[in-house]
Design a protein around this ligand. Structure first.
Ligand SMILES: C[S@@+](CC[C@H](N)C(=O)[O-])C[C@H]1O[C@@H](n2cnc3c(N)ncnc32)[C@H](O)[C@@H]1O
Length: 336
């Protein structure tokens, strides 16, 4: 078993829309450099990397950053060494593995007890032996563990809760991620707040896909964050979450101000924004924090805005009945 970058559960992944987004970028934008500033799974970066010489990928989650380094960092690595390392640790019979942070806290909740023992044991072992690996190798090991665990998690696709009421089967199998080779490109990988990074970078095209509702990604994917950081946090509540970190302003009442601040500080030729009109939703937590008109207003301060809906319709700002439209792409050509 092995994993491509898109082989994970991730709320808001653009996997299903990627060909549509890519086509619109191709039709509307010119340049050599591309920045995916809220990169999530990295699916958009993977598609666009083929066409640009210089790529910037960013997300403030620790787990996403490790994953980007595993897939995109252009550093040599010894796959055989990594395979031998994992084979040695996974050969260990489950009865010989001691309880660890994962099994004590998450056993029979997010994973079976034995799977938790196995996952925690591998993570401890990577930590103990980390001096044997370069950065790329270390990130491949952690990212592979994240994908392997995520594949079998007893959830509906995120870790806001686990499914209750059934005996969990042992399913864990370690699979490796499959890194990509792009030796002729420059790839910069960041774990920054998007608004801070925006002030430092200079790219022809910036793609913006922030969260639009109150659901915090750092809370949704807390187990992947903990497995990455491996810092023995104090867990709380039924969902066993660690102390808050990386809480996004885009999920709060200040969303429209931070969005406007981001748009006004970007130094680029094209700004591309993904948006969906879930703000009519009945559930309070999935209501949008920024309204359609607010996005358009911010973008229009930087230049002419073209608006596309999922069905590839193009219409002018302000004249839109978007009742039936779900997914939008706003492309702004920045005024000089
Ligand atoms: C809608 S998802 C992006 C999905 C991505 N386009 C994909 O295809 O997988 C939004 C991402 O923004 C990140 N994020 C939220 N607020 C951020 C901030 N202030 N700075 C950097 N990243 C942030 C979240 O961790 C999440 O991964």
């Amino acid at each position: 078993m092995s994993f491509d970058i898109w082989n994970r559960n991730y709320t808001g992944s653009k996997l299903k829309l990627i060909d549509w987004i890519d086509e619109l970028i191709e039709q509307n934008c010119k340049g050599h450099s591309f920045c995916d500033i809220f990169a999530g799974t990295g699916t958009v970066t993977l598609k666009e990397i083929q066409k640009f010489d210089h790529i910037v990928i960013n997300d403030f989650l620790y787990s996403n950053n490790i994953i980007y380094n595993a897939f995109f960092l252009q550093e040599d690595y010894d796959l055989l060494k990594l395979q031998n390392f994992i084979e040695k640790i996974t050969k260990n019979p489950i009865e010989n593995i001691q309880d660890n942070f994962f099994s004590i806290n998450y056993g029979e909740k997010y994973f079976s007890y034995n799977d938790c023992k196995r996952i925690g044991n591998i993570r401890n072992y990577i930590d103990k032996e980390k001096n044997k690996f370069n950065k790329k190798e270390y990130c491949i090991l952690i990212a592979s563990l994240l994908y392997s665990a995520d594949k079998i998690a007893n959830t509906v696709g995120h870790y806001d809760a686990y499914k209750k009421g059934k005996k969990l089967e042992d399913k864990f199998v370690f699979g490796f991620v499959k890194p990509y080779t792009f030796r002729d490109k420059t790839i910069e990988i960041y774990r920054c707040d998007s608004n801070e990074l925006a002030k430092k970078i200079n790219c022809d095209i910036v793609y913006i896909d922030p969260p639009y509702n109150s659901r915090q990604y750092s809370r949704f994917y807390h187990i992947l964050e903990t497995l990455t950081k491996w810092d023995n946090p104090q867990l709380a509540g039924v969902a066993l979450k660690p102390p808050q970190e990386n809480m996004s302003s885009y999920c709060t009442i200040s969303a429209k101000n931070v969005f406007n601040d981001l748009i006004s500080s970007l130094r680029c030729s094209y700004i591309i924004v993904s948006y969906n009109n879930t703000y009519n939703s009945k559930s309070k937590s999935s209501k949008n924090k920024i309204e359609y008109e607010e996005i358009i207003n911010s973008l229009q301060n930087r230049g002419e805005v073209k608006i596309y809906s999922k069905k590839h319709h193009f219409f002018n700002a302000g004249k839109t009945d978007f009742q039936d439209h779900k997914e939008f792409l706003f492309i702004t050509k920045v005024k000089k």
